[in-house]
Design a protein around this ligand. Sequence first.
Ligand SMILES: Cc1cc2nc3c(=O)[nH]c(=O)nc-3n(C[C@H](O)[C@H](O)[C@H](O)COP(=O)(O)OP(=O)(O)OC[C@H]3O[C@@H](n4cnc5c(N)ncnc54)[C@H](O)[C@@H]3O)c2cc1C
Length: 511
Amino acid sequence: MADEKVFDLFVIGGGINGAGIARDASGRGLSVALAEAGDLGGATSSASTKLFHGGLRYLEFFEFGLVKSALKEREVLLKAMPHISWPMRFVLPYAPDMRFDSDTPTSRLLRMTMPWIEKGRRPAWLVRLGLFLYDNLGGREILPGTKTLDLTKAAEGKPLKDRFKMAYEYSDAWVEDSRLVMLNARDAEARGAKILTRCAVKEATRDGDTWRIETEKGTYRAKALVNAGGPWVADILTGVMRQNSQHNIRLVRGSHIVTKRLYDHEKCYFFQGTDGRIIFAIPYEQDFTLIGTTDAEHTDADTKPAITDEERDYLCTFASEYFEQPVTADDVVWTYSGVRPLYDDGASSATAATRDYVLALDDNGPPVLSVFGGKITTYRKLAEQALAKMGLGEAWTAGVALPGGDFKVAEVGSLTSKLEADYPFLDEKWAGRLIRAYGTEAWDVLGEAKSADDIGPDFGATLTGAELKWMMAREYAVAGDDALWRRTKLGLRLDPDQRVAVDTWMKEQTA
Ligand SMILES: Cc1cc2nc3c(=O)[nH]c(=O)nc-3n(C[C@H](O)[C@H](O)[C@H](O)COP(=O)(O)OP(=O)(O)OC[C@H]3O[C@@H](n4cnc5c(N)ncnc54)[C@H](O)[C@@H]3O)c2cc1C
């Protein structure tokens, strides 16, 4: 037996939903353990488009409830984590001759009520109406509203083809998804939770009035269980728990490509495709552009998602419909893919499948709650609802900062300057990166250092031994990939030898 104690709650899965539930439950005074088979956020929750968004596109599917609650949530989240999330402006270019092969509830309604509108057209007034709803459904304090841009004059028109003369510009927000997961786990631990990483749950069975949970690190007992296995939620129900499931999950792969920076301003583009889908082009890690995503059926959660040539070419062609300078496979410097664990509502296409979530409670004996679906944006609300459904304590997380996030959204610049002043060997870019990653904890990462030599070794791209030590001691990082692709994205800047050196050094520290 790894732990004689009977936990109030045991969470299977350390993606955003499991980590969010563990944090919320710990803050309610419950004793909590969480087991994650790999690295925290190692599956879907580090492979998202990284937006706190209402989902403008879902309005066309009449998902008003989902959009409204996600829109409202954006600012609650921004305020609780001003280091790892920030407001973003999105430019939606429009040309009157655009045609879309869309079969959404909105396009069907248009065809019925306004048959004179040519099939496949998404009229400008409809886009404006959607953005009006987007601006007003959820309320806004920090995020500015929609405006119209004259692309013949504005800098945002420069990288685009001449055909796009006007655009709408609206707000959403960015989040460092994998750091979000880790910070929730850390906050749970700070409130008393036990966080087990690289620890798969092999079996969970009801034993009297508790669950007996066999993991790779021993056996645990708990009064209640949460199955937050993301793409594996159904496999955990049937395989680990040997239960029948009435609910099904639909696995939909989404891939992104990363290119060298394609344009000079800080705004994102929202591109509508002739196939009725949309993609984003987003400034990424200062020197890059992120383009995504795709919707491809994925049959088996155990098959590691990876971009196909077809998906890569689709994204290049899609973006090239808009950018003056075509995007080609040669421009791609990195890709990543994840599998959306969507609740299977019987929709015909992957694009149309609902993005809302379902919480299934089985209380025939000690309870288990399974999470089907759920977006990064809704993780905090999902956690609140999950615990309310299990009748466990009072909600408390709205407005409570995550570690390092105890400052105001507008203070990033002044914090960066203060860090630079306190550690004169940093330049602005380096200080800015540290504030964006660690917020007010950046001072703890650097400690008493007086010069760069005090925080060595230097692994390149401003990654130092002190930072890696912090990630290993405080952020559950064990291997090079944890540090280079999830706690940071410095893998983009280091060459293969440097990446190996990071991994080797980390392993030496624990040997
Ligand atoms: C391409 C793409 C783009 C997206 N973009 C956005 C976006 O911009 N904004 C947004 O809000 N949402 C977005 N999403 C949705 C969002 O990323 C996911 O819904 C969310 O990350 C799911 O989190 P999760 O915790 O349920 O699953 P996961 O993150 O997959 O976590 C489940 C975890 O369970 C673990 N696990 C499985 N079996 C076991 C076991 N037996 N024992 C222990 N652990 C186990 C796995 O290792 C895994 O880490 C996107 C998704 C994709 C794929």
